[in-house]
Design a protein around this ligand. Structure first.
Ligand code: DGL
Length: 269
């Protein structure tokens, strides 16, 4: 096994949504090799029970750990919400979730201290965002809404058509009345629908995507552990999936923003 700084970063999500995070990791940490696991055979996580999401997350994490990863990014809010604590306790490597970076960015951005969060059922029900936001700023007001249909819309690539708009209008109608100035996209699939969400919410609402703050936090985390890759290079990205879905390449490439080469089908159980 190579020395720790030379090893890859492990990233997983239920599907292709986590590639929105990988896109920013590739931009901000170009020297780091990334192993991405999309658990497509078990998508969506967001409608599953806490126990099942934990079980799946642990299997994904162990698969990546066996491949020698030096740090793990849980690029899924549903898994971050219910499994990040257990994974941090059980794994011998640093573990980063996508919730803390999004929460910190939202609190730095708000001016009227009225913040919305949209996410999957599992994330909303876990209370992870409410807890993280209230712990840092109990004075602010928070409004949460589950938007489960955004996940299949993003995976299907229906990003800007009438169905995407209609769905966004229906989910976000109540949120629009709350006079928020900041809206957390609390699911790594939602940045793909940023245009429709932005149009429905209006220009005064800033949308928070966890990808950039997560990449910056990972950089700081690797530096603090002294395990940043030591030399400049354009590192490899390896993609593993537990199932090949229809339109995998087209959708995956739109999430990632680059060619998706050599995805490998794997069993993680
Ligand atoms: N992308 C995942 C998240 O951030 C969830 C999608 C799903 O429901 O599997 O929550």
């Amino acid at each position: 096994m190579p020395a720790i700084p030379l090893r890859p970063i492990g990233v997983f999500d239920s599907g292709l949504g986590g590639l929105t995070v990988v896109r920013q990791l590739r931009r901000l940490l170009p020297h780091e090799e990334i192993l991405y696991l999309g658990d497509l055979a078990h998508l969506p996580y967001g409608t599953k029970s806490t126990d099942e999401i934990r079980r799946r997350s642990e299997e994904c994490a162990r698969f990546l750990l066996k491949k020698g990863t030096k740090a793990l990014v849980i690029a899924c809010n549903s898994a971050s919400s219910v499994a990040s604590k257990v994974l941090s306790e059980k794994l011998p490597i640093p573990v980063l979730n996508v919730i803390t970076p999004a929460v910190e960015e939202a609190l730095a951005s708000t001016r009227n201290f009225r913040i919305g969060v949209i996410a999957t059922y599992a994330t909303i029900a876990s209370g992870s965002y409410t807890k993280a936001l209230q712990a840092r700023c109990p004075e602010a007001e928070y409004f949460l809404e589950a938007c489960p249909l955004f996940v299949p819309l993003a995976e299907e690539g229906w990003l800007e058509d009438a169905i995407a708009f209609g769905t966004a209008r229906r989910y976000l109608g109540p949120m629009k009345k709350k006079n928020i100035d900041t809206l957390i996209l609390g699911c790594t699939h939602y940045p793909l629908l940023e245009k429709v969400i932005g149009k429905v919410m209006g220009k005064k609402v800033r949308l928070i995507d966890s990808a950039v703050p997560t990449a910056l936090k990972l950089k700081a985390l690797l530096a603090s552990h002294g395990i940043l890759y030591p030399r400049p290079r354009r590192a490899a990205l390896k993609i593993f999936v537990t199932d090949f879905v229809r339109n995998f390449l087209r959708i995956g490439e739109s999430f990632l923003g680059e060619r998706l080469k050599n995805a490998q089908l794997v069993e993680v159980a």
